[in-house]
Design a protein around this ligand. Structure first.
Ligand code: SAM
Length: 250
């Protein structure tokens, strides 16, 4: 699969005589053929609009993305942060994007923006590497407000590793988005070989002391159609316990 895509994906139309599930499947197929700035980016427009709201309200100045693939989403987050900066919502910006194979993203982003390294840090790593959170922490300026986006393999192990390792970066009131929980909802599964395990990991983690610092925000599935059911998490504003002491807010 090539990293580059010129032009929009093939249109999807609504046939009101068909089921909503048919429309959902058409949209899922379409979103894997979508792009940003000529680079593949697999996100629903509805979910991108939600991210814009999260960035605006939380004043996040750092986005940690786990799962870069071709880099379209890293570039999109960087450009949204630039817009937030233009409107005076943030004073600085950084995207840290991680992938087990970062080279496709590096090549595509460098092609689109040769100066990308000033604002996007790309890391080749496995989210399950226990040393990774400390390595990322070393890249993030003190006082940063991080939004964490988990978009890796959509299995239990990687989802749990991301939550355990990276929830600590989210400040009070900030957001952690676990993407693609749709894989665990039978009626939403487009293909038999889709992975599973996102929502079991998420549900289990929310029961832990670290997870208790977060609340699920299903009301943020604002536009009805989302790839991330149950995946929008917000850190509570007045946290208690070791994770919520504020010292983890970078
Ligand atoms: C769904 S794609 C990311 C899509 C991208 N964020 C977008 O919106 O266009 C998932 C990516 O996660 C990466 N990945 C899978 N397992 C991983 C792991 N254990 N650690 C880090 N990245 C992983 C894959 O290499 C793949 O590029």
């Amino acid at each position: 699969m090539t990293a580059h895509l010129e032009g929009p994906p093939a249109p999807v139309s609504i046939d009101l005589s068909e089921s909503l599930q048919t429309y959902w499947f058409d949209r899922v197929r379409q979103h894997t053929d979508d792009s940003y700035a000529g680079i593949r980016m697999s996100k629903f427009p509805e979910d991108l609009r939600v991210y814009e709201h999260l960035l605006w309200t939380s004043r996040a100045d750092v986005v940690i993305e786990i799962g870069a693939q071709f880099g379209g989403s890293a570039l999109w987050f960087r450009d949204r942060l630039r817009a937030m900066s233009t409107y005076g919502r943030i004073d600085r910006l950084l995207v840290v994007s991680i992938d087990i194979d970062i080279e496709p993203a590096r090549a595509a982003i460098a092609d689109a923006d040769p100066a990308y390294a000033q604002t996007i840090t790309l890391i080749s790593a496995d989210v399950c590497d226990p040393d990774l959170p400390a390595k990322v922490a070393g890249l993030i300026p003190a006082g940063s407000r991080c939004l964490v986006v988990e978009d890796a393999a959509h299995v239990y192990e990687t989802t749990m590793a991301a939550l355990r390792g990276f929830a600590q970066f989210v400040p009070p009131d900030g957001f952690f988005v676990v993407e693609d929980g749709c894989v665990d909802i039978e009626a939403m599964r487009l293909k038999r070989d889709w992975p599973r395990g996102v929502l079991p990991a998420l549900t289990e983690w929310l029961e832990t002391p670290a997870g208790a610092q977060f609340k699920a925000r299903p009301d943020l599935e604002i536009y009805g159609l989302s790839c991330h059911p149950h995946g929008f998490l917000q850190r509570v504003a007045t946290p208690t316990g070791p994770q919520g002491s504020g010292e983890q807010s970078r």
